[in-house]
Design a protein around this ligand. Sequence first.
Ligand SMILES: Nc1ncnc2c1ncn2[C@@H]1O[C@H](COP(=O)(O)OP(=O)(O)OP(=O)(O)O)[C@@H](O)[C@H]1O
Length: 585
Amino acid sequence: MELEFTDEQLDYVNSSVEEHTFLEACPGSGKTEVVAAKVAKEISSWKKRPGGLAALSFANSATDELTVRVSKYLPFGRGIFPHFLGTFDSFIYKNIVSPLSTELTNYVGEGGDASIRIIEPTTHIGYRTTYSYAKRGRIYANRYSLDLKNNKLIFDSGDSVLDKTLGALALSDWQVKDFIQAKVRMLQGGFATYRDIECLALEVLTNEKYQNFVKLLVKRYPLFIIDECQDLSEAQLLIFQSLADNGAKLHFVGDLHQAIYGFRDVDPAKVKDFVKDNNFTCLQLTRNFRSCQNIVSLCGKLTGRGNIIGNMSWLKPRCLVLQYNNCPTELIETFDEKCSGFNNTVVVSRGHSILNKFQTSVDKPTHIQNLALAIKLYNPKDMERLNQSLLKFSEFLRFHLKETCKPNSFNCPQSIASNLSWRKFLNNSLSYLINNGLQNVDVQWSDWTKDAKTLIRSLPKQSFCSEGITSILTPLESVNLVSPSGSAKLEVASSLAVTNKPSFQFAKRTIHGAKGETHGATIVISSTRSGGDSHWKDWLKDPESEAARFAYVASSRPRELLIWAVKTLKLPERKQLESVGFTIV
Ligand SMILES: Nc1ncnc2c1ncn2[C@@H]1O[C@H](COP(=O)(O)OP(=O)(O)OP(=O)(O)O)[C@@H](O)[C@H]1O
């Protein structure tokens, strides 16, 4: 269906590319469509060849979506070159760091190819500090990055306890040197994390030595359009500051009220300052085409934003609070009843542990429990369960293969080009494991694990594994699987306690996973205790906080019905929720 753009949307599509511009887009405002129309318009009338524009997103899925929509506006067969549509990470890797990789790292490569290999912080590699720290042994050089602006180390290993422990250390100069030297050795060996690539890009942009390169880079890419700009970290803002200082024009598009990546040093206040300091022209999209006004008004109160227009208001309440005594799963039948008739109901919560309650009694499955859950949930006739099953199996494999994986792709290793072939492999493997008896979970963990070990070791030899997949499965040939600690004599099925309730068909997402989605009805589950960012009281405490933004992102997903499921309320608490616009059921 062709959209008729609103005046606000057209203002952005027709905006000048000779000025820095910030398009503040409320939820459901058709931001992706508007950005696609803008990119296509600029491509069609582009006068700065051989330069091109760079339209950057933060996830591969967002880039794919943008590319499809841009192509729709362009004449058939029209290529994208000299323009760049891709992720921020791939842009700086390909256009800033790769051309200078040997100069930056001393990595000479092989056969004239000095491409740096990207690795994840969780990968085990041979580069470590010389000394041990915090009783955690020698630290892998890909577990941390260097914060050049503030002159400190940032620990970002994916293991929050380790990160906290190491982050709290008061390091002496010789210790900092040890960390830096390990990092230098890793870079010299041709490996880097995406955060290292950011550091190297900053080095290029700020070191006078590379001034001519930067001048050419800005000629090559005089315009940057950045989607979801609220997710820009401090280091990424520094990169854009240097590009702007050298003459590039920036278009930021996003919603500062949807910034939920505080854990990776993202602070929307910094983006706001950047926009102000660089005199951006500010435009707004204030029409929400997704949600009815009842939901839009409530969301406005969460983050103190009141000028958004939604779809038609309903007289019947569309924002409900349901109460549970101990566990939100008590409400499964009420959810069914309240959401019947709405397409696409999704249960959303801050973390996985609440969502897992709707599936299993295991809060944080270990890798062997992931394998058993994958087997137990496998059902090719039920897409939701099949996806859960493939995901759990891919997590099990990721743990054992230690490969660097692509995001949002069922942990598909970087070296496997096709996500689809990886998914097929996961499916074939599960079906192989099940056909060979692993679906019998009415046995003790010790027996089940023994069988699982034999079958997993034989996986690389199966005919459904392509050559590429077989080569990365080598670690499985000698894999050792053991029962979850203290559970060897317990029955697998009962200790997993997977919910088989057929009526509970709703999809489940964390708030991060639900970002950008549209639902018919959204059920947001609050945790039982406040004090973090997963409880409704945390969400209502301060409209400027990240907790409020979590509630905002989750609650702005539904078209028709928003439910918050909370632990039994006292009278003042009921009043508090009613004052935001909820009807307490
Ligand atoms: N001018 C328009 N007229 C009618 N519908 C529109 C218009 N612009 C956008 N829409 C519709 O609005 C809906 C929401 O758009 P979209 O999902 O792109 O929102 P978004 O801005 O990316 O939201 P969020 O930031 O919450 O992810 C889509 O179904 C889109 O087709």
